[in-house]
Each structure stands twice: as structure tokens, then as C-alpha cells.
Ligand binder design. Structure first.
Ligand code: HEM
Length: 476
């Protein structure tokens, strides 16, 4: 009996080893990892930045790794991203987006088309739409800061974690702006359920949540589906909001009420999941770098008299601080499905073959953002990194003596750039300026910047492990 089992196990092991994929001519270097099928899944999920840095040191700017039965080619030459990702016929964004929708949001949108979603978002979050959103964001922030229920309008010092302070306030203001009116109690509940859900998002995406976590995710999701009411709209109205036009599109596609609610949660995450954490990192870096805080404060005073649209054009110091913050903390992994055997050409002229059914990822966080050839001391927060001496924007970043086209890519690249980026920038700026003008903010004794939650590499803005303790007081 023992010998039969041992023989069987031996045979399975041999089969797994011999059926392992081998590198073929002109393919990127292949790294299967030690464990058959699982490959590098555990290391990848634990800290993608560390794992991919190790692979880059071993193989260079392009390599293929086995991750839970899937072969993923990772491209880390940022000069090639734009050209390579242009081929949308061979490298498709839809399939992977649908897979994540199913795994995270239990959502099935058979006709999902990222291109038309991006166009819809562009129409509403840029140009004239942006001016309206910016005004509305300003008013909603003021409303929250003065409403007695929000509890911020009181004299005397209060303590809080900076992450929770920034995320809750920005989330609520942006929710009122994009999703419309809600009473304060509901708004607070939506925020709290969203945070419970968002904390588990990386695990849901990887399918590594345990029973207890599945329960928490289901209960948060269920409550959010109840709370997020799809907006109604007159079918013939011309000026639909972004959300109204999205829901109308789902209805025309024949999606039922349940699917519409699930899709609302997806959109809640797309529009609210990144700006709050970004605002936290900006304010956190300012509080822990007094010279940067001083420079931003001086700039705010000098532009305070201008209307927001005009003001936003004259804030080079803040703009540099924001870029530097995003360089250090924006870490989306951009993923495409390889639809057919194809060949990609990199900026150094090398060509590589990709196999149908694999995935291709680019990771702007590692390259260009943390590339030591492009950014000296890349781990450090240097607030003037994106400023010239004459206070204009610095754009001349070099690699191997040649100017790089993009020194950071927090919004993605090419056609697929985040369509909400102008709104996100203006919301973060409005938020930071408002709290620096209206509050005294201080670090609590011994408070230091928390480290990064490494499981979130790949999912947009990073989040801290723990929080940064602050005290604040509304100025009279
Ligand atoms: C700091 C804040 C934000 C960051 C760093 C960020 C970053 C990104 C990135 C990297 C992508 C993916 C590009 C790709 O897959 O190629 C994306 C997509 C997108 N973002 Fe943002 N984003 C932010 C805030 C926002 C906001 C505030 C909105 C809207 C109000 C928004 C709306 C969208 C939409 C609609 C998409 C496209 C999703 C799709 O393809 O279906 N984003 N964003």
C-alpha cells in the first residue's frame, strides 16, 4: 500500500516537472518557480514590488513567471509601455477586467467595453464637466466641515489617525459630488462598509480570503448594495450625470436591478478607492517633512485670493509634492490578456514572442517611478524633485543619458490613462488646501510615517499598514 502511494506520488511529481513549460526561441526568460503549478504566486501576492525587483535583477526588463497556473510576462522597460500596449487587438483589457469584476464584485457585465466606459468618463470628468464637479466638490467639502453631525466644527484639539481622517472626509465629499445627496448617517455607513470591503479587496482579487473574511466581504457588499440606490433619470434628458448615463446604458443592455446595484459598487470603488489614500500620503509626507509643509503653506497664502480654476494653475510647489507622492505610492499593475500569438518590440530594438492565453503586465511603480537611474535616491521623498530652480515644472529626467518620455505614470499609459485624473488632482488639491487653511494639524508625539501594506501592490494607490497619529483643531 505504502509503495503504491509513493509510486503514484512520484509519478505525479514527474508528470508535473516534465509538463512544465519551457522557454522557446525569442520568448522572454522564463521562471517557473520551484513549486509546480503554483509557481511564484505566494511571493507575488505577498509583496509584488519586492518579487518583481528580484526577477528584474535576475532576468532584466522582461521575463515570464508562472503564477498559479497562469504565465505572466512582466515588462519593466517604461520606454516601451506605450507602443506595446497600443496593440489592443492582441493585448486585450476586457477579459481581465471582467474576471476581476466577477471575483471582487460578483458582477457579470457581458457587454462591458472599457473603451466606451473610458469615453463616457472622459466626457463627464474632463472639460466643462470638470468645472461643475470642482465647484460641487468645493461646496460639499465646506458643507461637511461646517455640519454639526460631521463633528469637525468644534474648538479644541482632537486626535485621529491621519489615514482615517483624510479618507473619510474626502470619500464623503467626493461621494456627494459624484453619487449625489445622502443624509449624514447613511453617508457614514456607506464609508464604513466600503472600508470593510476595500480592506479585503486584494484577497478577493486573488481568491485567498478565508471563511471569516468571505463573511465580512459578503456582509459589507450586501449592505452596500442596499445603500447604493441607482439614480433615476428622464430618458430624454440631455444633461445626464456620469452615473445616470452609466445606469441608463446598463438598463438599455437589459441588466436587472440587482446587477445595476452591483455595478454601482464597482463604480464606487473606481471613483473613491484611490483619491482618499493619495490625500493621506500627501498630507503625511508634508507633516513629516516640515520644509515641504512650509513651502506649500507659503504657496497657498500667495494664491488664496484666486478663483479655484486660476489658483490651480499657479501651484508649482504643491504640484511637485503631489507628483512626488504619487511616484512613491501609485502602484497599479496594468494587465492585458494575450489574445493571439504575437511579437512585441521594445525600445532597445529587441523583439519577443508572447503566447496566446498568457498575460502581459507592466508595472510603472518599479519602472519608471522607482528606477534609480531616472530618480536619484528613489526611496526618499524629495518635495522639489519635479521643480526647476525658477519654479517651473521639471521635465528633464534621464536614463542612460537619454531623456525619458514619462518619469512617473500614476494614471496608467497611452489610451488607457485614468479618465478621472483631472478630477482626482483637483479634488486632492482642494482637500489639502482646505484642511491646511482651516485646521491646525500636528503629529502626535513619536508618530512616524507607517510602512506600506505590501499586499496592495498592483491595486492602485498603496495604503499604509497602521496609521499616522495626529491631533487637529479647527481654526477660529
Ligand atoms: C489618485 C487617484 C487615482 C489614481 C492613481 C487612478 C489611477 C488609475 C489607473 C492606473 C487606471 C487604470 C488604467 C489601465 O488599466 O490601463 C484608472 C482607471 C480608471 N479611473 Fe482612475 N485613478 C484615480 C482616481 C480616479 C477618480 C477620482 C476617478 C473618477 C472620478 C477615476 C476614474 C477611472 C475610470 C473610470 C477608469 C477606467 C476603468 C475602466 O477601464 O473601466 N479614477 N485609474
Amino acid at each position: 500500500m505504502f509503495w503504491t502511494a509513493a509510486l503514484l506520488l512520484g509519478l505525479i511529481a514527474l508528470l508535473l516537472v516534465y509538463s512544465r513549460r519551457r522557454r522557446q526561441r525569442n520568448e522572454p526568460p522564463l521562471d517557473n518557480g520551484i513549486i509546480p503549478w503554483l509557481g511564484h504566486a505566494l511571493e507575488f501576492g505577498k509583496d509584488a514590488a519586492k518579487f518583481l525587483t528580484r526577477m528584474k535583477q535576475k532576468h532584466g526588463d522582461i521575463f515570464t513567471v508562472c503564477v498559479a497556473g497562469k504565465y505572466v510576462t512582466v515588462l519593466l522597460d517604461s520606454n516601451s509601455y506605450e507602443t506595446v500596449l497600443k496593440d489592443e487587438d492582441c493585448l486585450d483589457a476586457t477579459g481581465y477586467a471582467k474576471l476581476l469584476m466577477k471575483k471582487i464584485f460578483d458582477l457579470h457585465l457581458p457587454n462591458h467595453n472599457p473603451k466606451s466606459e473610458r469615453n463616457r468618463a472622459q466626457k463627464h470628468f474632463q472639460g466643462n464637466g470638470l468645472t461643475q464637479l470642482r465647484n460641487s466638490m468645493h461646496n460639499n467639502l465646506q458643507l461637511l466641515l461646517t455640519s454639526p453631525e460631521a463633528g469637525l466644527n468644534t474648538a479644541g484639539w482632537k486626535k485621529d489617525g491621519l489615514f482615517s481622517f483624510c479618507y473619510s472626509l474626502l470619500f464623503r465629499a467626493a461621494y456627494l459630488t459624484v453619487f449625489g445627496e445622502h443624509n449624514n448617517a447613511e453617508l457614514t455607513e456607506i464609508y464604513e462598509e466600503f472600508r470593510r470591503f476595500d480592506k479585503l479587496l486584494p484577497k478577493l482579487a486573488r481568491g485567498t480570503q478565508n471563511k471569516e473574511e468571505t463573511k465580512v466581504a459578503n456582509s459589507a457588499q450586501g449592505r452596500l448594495w442596499e445603500l447604493l440606490t441607482p439614480p433615476s433619470a428622464d430618458r430624454n434628458a440631455k444633461d445626464l450625470s456620469w452615473l445616470q448615463s452609466f445606469i441608463q446604458h446598463l438598463q438599455e443592455d437589459g441588466m436587472d436591478a440587482e446587477t445595476q446595484r452591483k455595478a454601482m459598487l464597482l463604480q464606487l470603488w473606481v471613483t473613491q478607492g484611490n483619491a482618499g489614500p493619495a490625500a493621506f500620503w500627501v498630507v503625511g509626507f508634508l507633516l513629516t517633512h516640515p520644509e515641504a509643509l512650509r513651502a506649500v503653506r507659503e504657496e497657498i497664502i500667495s494664491v488664496q485670493h484666486l478663483a479655484p480654476e486660476e489658483r490651480d494653475k499657479h501651484t508649482p510647489v504643491f504640484d511637485s509634492v503631489l507628483k512626488e507622492t504619487l511616484r512613491l505610492t501609485a502602484a497599479a499593475l496594468i494587465t492585458r490578456e494575450v489574445m493571439q500569438d504575437t511579437k512585441i518590440s521594445l525600445s532597445d530594438g529587441q523583439e519577443y514572442r508572447l503566447r496566446r492565453g498568457d498575460r502581459l503586465c507592466v508595472f510603472p511603480f518599479l519602472s519608471p517611478q522607482m528606477d534609480p537611474q531616472i530618480h536619484k535616491q528613489p526611496e526618499m521623498f524629495i518635495f522639489e524633485r519635479f521643480l526647476n530652480e525658477n519654479s517651473t515644472e521639471r521635465k528633464d529626467f534621464l536614463k542612460d543619458g537619454r531623456r525619458v518620455k514619462y518619469s512617473i505614470m500614476p494614471w496608467g499609459t497611452g489610451e488607457n490613462k485614468c479618465p478621472g485624473r483631472d478630477f482626482a488632482i483637483s479634488a486632492i488639491k482642494e482637500f489639502v488646501f482646505t484642511i491646511l487653511i482651516q485646521f491646525d494639524l500636528e503629529l502626535c508625539e513619536d508618530a512616524t510615517m507607517p510602512s506600506v501594506d505590501t499586499s496592495r501592490y498592483g491595486f492602485g494607490m498603496l495604503q499604509p499598514r497602521g496609521d499616522l497619529e495626529i491631533r487637529y483643531r479647527k481654526r477660529s
